[in-house]
Design a protein around this ligand. Structure first.
Ligand SMILES: [Zn+2]
Length: 282
C-alpha cells in the first residue's frame, strides 16, 4: 500500500512536469472509489498549477484560461492511490491495459493512474478548502514535518486517548504518515514498547517518538528520492526502505542493537514488530 513517503516521492516525480501544462484529454476507466464529480470533458483546456500533498492525498490545482476554447475549469483534482495505485507518465494513450483507470492527457505528457484494486480516487473539487476535498482532508492528523507539531502538542493529544501508541500512530488522526513499517521502525528508534498506552507516554517519550518518526520518514524519502529513477512508480520505496529495517519483518531474528529475538504481535489487525529488550513500556 502506498504510504506517505511513496506519495511524496510520487508528487516530486510528477510536479515539475505538470506545472503549467494544459489538459488536452481526460479518460476515465472503471469506477474508482468515488465518481470524478464533473464531466471529464469540462477539464480540457485547464492549466495545471503546483502539485501539493496533504497526508496521502495529492492535489492538482487547475485554472481555466482566457485563450481559445475550451477554457477548462477553476478548481482541481484530489487524488489518492488507495491500496495499489500508482501515478506515472506514459508515452501513449493507446492500449491502456486493464488496470489504467484514469488518464490525464496534458501538453507535457500523459499522466496515468494504474490501480488494480481500484481503492484509489480522483475527485474533482472547486478548491482544496471546499467540498468535497475539504471534507476528506478535515479528518487528517498533523503533517509529521509541520513545525506546529511539537512534542507538547503530541503529548497533549496522547493524554486524551487510551489506545496503544502503535494503534494511535497507524490511525492517522493525530499524525498522518506513520504507515505500518514506519510506525514500527519509529517506535524502535524511540525505544518505546508499541503496546504502551498513549495516555501513559511521558513528554520525553513523546519528544523521542516525534524525532524518531521524522528520522524514519526522512530516511524513507531519501531512499525514495535516490532510487526514484529506477522505478516506473514509487512502489519500490517501502521495499527499498525495508532492506534497512531494524525490526519490521524480522520476527525471530536477532535485534541488530541488543541481540534479543525480535517479536511479532498483532495490534488492530496489523503485524507489529518490536524488540522486547530495547523497547520499554512507559
Ligand atoms: Zn534490542
Amino acid at each position: 500500500m502506498p504510504e506517505l513517503p511513496e506519495v511524496e516521492v510520487t508528487r516530486r516525480s510528477i510536479a515539475e512536469r505538470l506545472r503549467g501544462a494544459q489538459v488536452t484529454s481526460v479518460r476515465c476507466g472503471k469506477p474508482l472509489r468515488w465518481p470524478l464529480g464533473c464531466a471529464p470533458e469540462l477539464l480540457v483546456g485547464s492549466r495545471l498549477g503546483e502539485v501539493t500533498r496533504r497526508g496521502k492525498y495529492l492535489w492538482l490545482p487547475m485554472n481555466r484560461h482566457t485563450g481559445l476554447p475550451p477554457a477548462g475549469l477553476d478548481g482541481g483534482l484530489l487524488m489518492h492511490l488507495g491500496m495499489s495505485g500508482s501515478l506515472a507518465f506514459h508515452d501513449s494513450a493507446d492500449d491502456p491495459g486493464p488496470h489504467a483507470h484514469f488518464d490525464l492527457g496534458t501538453t507535457q505528457g500523459l499522466l496515468r493512474l494504474t490501480d488494480p484494486r481500484r481503492f484509489g480516487a480522483v475527485l474533482w473539487s472547486q478548491a482544496i478548502d471546499a467540498a468535497p476535498a475539504a471534507l476528506l482532508l478535515a479528518r487528517l492528523g498533523a503533517e509529521p514535518f509541520d513545525p506546529a507539531l511539537t512534542p507538547q502538542v503530541l503529548h497533549a493529544a496522547c493524554r486524551r486517548r487510551k489506545v496503544a501508541i502503535k494503534t494511535l500512530l497507524l490511525g492517522g488522526q493525530v499524525i498522518v504518515g506513520a504507515g505500518n513499517i514506519y510506525a514500527c521502525e519509529a517506535l524502535f528508534r524511540a525505544g518505546i514498547d508499541p503496546r504502551t498506552r498513549c495516555d501513559r507516554l511521558s513528554l520525553p517519550g513523546c519528544t523521542r517518538l516525534l524525532a524518531a518518526l521524522r528520522e524514519t520518514l526522512g530516511r524513507a524519502l531519501e531512499v525514495g528520492g535516490s532510487t526514484l529513477r529506477d522505478f516506473s512508480d514509487a512502489h519500490g520505496v517501502a521495499g527499498e526502505f525495508q532492506a534497512e529495517a531494524m525490526v519490521y519483518g524480522r520476527d525471530g531474528q536477532r535485534c541488530l542493537r541488543c541481540g534479543a529475538a525480535v517479536r511479532r504481535i498483532v495490534q488492530a489487525q496489523r503485524s507489529t514488530y518490536f524488540c522486547p529488550v530495547c523497547q520499554k513500556r512507559a
